[in-house]
Structures are given as structure tokens and as C-alpha cells.
Design a protein around this ligand. Structure first.
Ligand SMILES: CCCCC/C=C\C/C=C\C=C\CC(=O)SCCNC(=O)CCNC(=O)[C@H](O)C(C)(C)COP(=O)(O)OP(=O)(O)OC[C@H]1O[C@@H](n2cnc3c(N)ncnc32)[C@H](O)[C@@H]1OP(=O)(O)O
Length: 325
């Protein structure tokens, strides 16, 4: 009887919610959009935490679709009163048998790495490659405006989230990838010198928006941010720790377990006092964007539409396409 009930409940859960698939797996629960997988841990009725795994092949770039799904998933977690903490991480794993499809093939599907069965795969070792360059190149101003609004929305939701947010940085994390991390309350990075993190916009010939700059200043201090932003520095783990972009560096296979144990410490603090403190620390920075959101959108759309900026992006994309290794 119990088995039949369990089977029936699995069938019902798998029938899907409005937002995506929902499954029951060994006491843990999960729901998934196409590009974000959310797994919750902990018993029903008790405090639970959620792990949001990015899976937007090939490099977890923040495309418009990804941003939309991310915000929907986050909102769902914010509305679930049993969830108090969320871990952001990449679903990208080291997998064997991958073949990189020829760079001459243009569509998003073809750009991705695939396994021998032809299924799309994440490239390994990438937390997020940041904003999707293809959303900012060769499109029209209306698209740029729509895209930027979605970028702002994600940042505001994360930066002001009442949840305890932690990032388990298991791969490269340039620009918008770093944005995701620095909105969190705590960052733990894998100790792999191939992974770097930072705001490298200046290397692409673009400029980080003021609110992201403010977030960076709040994280690493004014002088360090001034230098790192101008140089577009991407810090390997040890340097990221030294400058304060991340709070801890641990062996790669311990990133998840360490993040869980730090989360447990944070969740021991009463929510109301921690949340009020967080708001006190962050509200002014967020309000600065909220009061000039529309102007910031127009600024972005006209900046990114400039011929000189489009040319810089084109050159950067070509460089990426033709890079070795
Ligand atoms: C004055 C007014 C100011 C107002 C504000 C104005 C402007 C602000 C504007 C923008 C702010 C932007 C912030 C950003 O986030 S910009 C994005 C920055 N990201 C990067 O620089 C990362 C670039 N990527 C990499 O370094 C590597 O790809 C990476 C280390 C992530 C992975 O390396 P790997 O060798 O594994 O993989 P690749 O072969 O390089 O890449 C695979 C495939 O993916 C494409 N790609 C990579 N990154 C992106 C991306 N961010 N968006 C879209 N596509 C990406 C890459 O081109 C490859 O494609 P293909 O060759 O297979 O076709």
C-alpha cells in the first residue's frame, strides 16, 4: 500500500507544475526549468535549503531565457516558507566522451559540446561565462532594452533576497558570472588555478554598470575595485581570496559539502535579525538602481548600440572563437 502511494505521488509530481517539472527523489525534492535545476534538501516541515544548478550549455551564459527561468525559480523559492537558504552552483561536471562541434557551425545548439549520443553538454569547469554576448551583439535597441531589464531584475532579486544565498563556485566566473557570486552572502570557490573570477568588462571594451561597480566596491573595497575594474582583472582562487572576491577556497571535491556546512552556521542565526541587517547593509545600493532603472536601460541600449562598442564585441567574439586550447 505504502509503495503504491509513493508511486502514485511520484506520478502526480511528475505530471508537472506550471513552471516546470517537479519530482520527488528519495525525500529530496526538485523542480527544473530547462536551464535551471533546483534541488531541495531537508525533511518536510523542517528548514530546508535549495541548490540552484545552472545548466545552460555550453558555458552557462546569462541568456534572456536563462535569466527569466532563474528569476522564476528564485521567486518560487522565496515564496516557499520552509526554504531559508539557497546555494548557487553550476551543473557543469567533468564528463568523458565529449566532442566539441566545429566552430564554423553557427546555431546555439551546434555551438555546444555534445556527447557521442548527440546530447548537448555543458563545458566542464564553468560556473557562468557571464552575460550572453550574443544578446548584446547584432540585435536592435528594443532587444537590448529588454535584455538589460532582465539583467537588472536578476541582480535586484539576488542582491535583495531575504534568503541566505551562497555560491559554490565550481568553475570560471567572469563578469556576469562574478555578478551572480557577489550578490550572495558568502562565496566558496574551488581551488583550481584554471578557474578565475572577476569583472573583466574593460577587456571587452565595455564598462560595468554603476550598480555592479557598487556591489564590487561593497565586496572588496574602493581601491581594490578601482584597480580590478580598470584592469579587468580575473583572479585565480588564491588571489580572489586575498582580495576578498571570495570568502573561502577549498579543494574542488569539497566545495559542495563545505558550502552546506557554512550554510548550517548561517541558518543558526534568527532570520529576522539577519534579514534586517542584510537590508540595512544593501538597501541604499539597490535603491540607487531602483530610482533610475529606466535611465539605466536607455543608457545601456544606446551604449551597446554604438558602432565602436559593437566592433569591440565582434572582435572579442572572434577572439573567443579562434582561441587555442
Ligand atoms: C557608460 C554607460 C555604461 C552602461 C552599461 C554598459 C555596458 C555594460 C555591458 C555589459 C556588461 C557585461 C558583463 C558581461 O558579463 S560580458 C560577458 C563576459 N564574459 C566573458 O568575457 C567570458 C568569455 N568566455 C570565456 O572566457 C570562455 O568561453 C570560458 C572561460 C567561459 C570557457 O572557456 P572554454 O574554453 O571552456 O569554452 P570556449 O570555447 O571559450 O566557449 C565555448 C563557446 O561558448 C561561447 N561563449 C563563451 N562565453 C560566452 C558568452 N559570455 N556569451 C556567449 N557565448 C559565449 C564561445 O564563443 C564558444 O562558442 P563557439 O566558438 O563554440 O561558437
Amino acid at each position: 500500500m505504502a509503495m503504491a502511494l509513493r508511486a502514485a505521488s511520484r506520478v502526480l509530481l511528475r505530471a508537472g507544475s506550471r513552471l516546470g517539472r517537479r519530482e520527488a527523489v528519495d525525500g529530496a525534492r526538485r523542480f527544473a526549468n530547462k536551464r535551471v535545476l533546483v534541488e531541495t534538501e531537508g525533511a518536510a516541515g523542517a528548514t530546508r535549503i535549495a541548490v540552484m544548478k545552472f545548466r545552460n550549455p555550453p558555458v552557462n551564459s546569462l541568456s534572456l531565457d536563462f535569466l527569466t527561468e532563474f528569476v522564476i525559480s528564485l521567486e518560487k523559492l522565496e515564496n516557499d516558507k520552509s526554504i531559508r537558504g539557497v546555494i548557487l552552483t553550476s551543473d557543469s561536471l567533468k564528463r568523458g566522451n565529449q566532442t566539441k562541434v566545429a566552430a564554423t557551425e553557427k546555431t546555439e545548439e551546434k555551438r555546444a559540446t555534445r556527447d557521442h549520443g548527440g546530447r548537448l553538454q555543458e563545458r566542464p569547469g564553468i560556473f557562468s561565462a557571464g552575460l550572453d554576448l550574443l544578446e548584446m551583439y547584432g540585435r536592435n535597441p528594443a532587444h537590448y532594452a529588454e535584455y538589460w531589464k532582465a539583467v537588472q531584475e536578476l541582480w535586484l532579486r539576488l542582491y535583495l533576497s531575504s534568503l541566505t544565498l551562497m555560491s559554490a563556485i565550481n568553475g570560471a566566473s567572469p563578469a556576469g558570472g562574478c555578478l551572480l557570486a557577489i550578490t550572495c552572502d558568502y562565496r566558496i570557490m574551488a581551488d583550481n588555478p584554471k578557474y578565475t573570477i572577476g569583472l573583466n568588462e574593460s577587456l571587452l571594451g565595455i564598462v560595468a554598470p554603476f550598480w555592479l561597480k557598487d556591489n564590487y566596491v561593497n565586496t572588496i573595497g574602493h581601491r581594490a575595485a578601482e584597480r580590478a575594474l580598470q584592469l579587468g582583472t580575473l583572479f585565480p582562487p588564491a588571489e580572489a581570496l586575498k582580495v576578498g572576491v571570495v570568502d573561502e577556497v577549498v579543494p574542488e571535491d569539497q566545495v559542495h559539502s563545505k558550502t552546506l556546512s557554512v550554510m548550517a552556521k548561517w541558518l543558526a542565526i534568527p532570520d529576522h535579525s539577519r534579514q534586517l541587517t542584510k537590508t540595512m547593509m544593501r538597501k541604499a545600493t539597490a535603491d540607487n538602481l531602483i530610482k533610475q532603472r529606466e535611465a539605466d536601460i536607455q543608457n545601456f541600449a544606446s551604449f551597446i548600440s554604438r558602432d565602436s562598442i559593437q566592433k569591440s564585441l565582434h572582435m572579442y567574439l572572434e577572439k573567443l572563437k579562434h582561441k587555442k586550447g
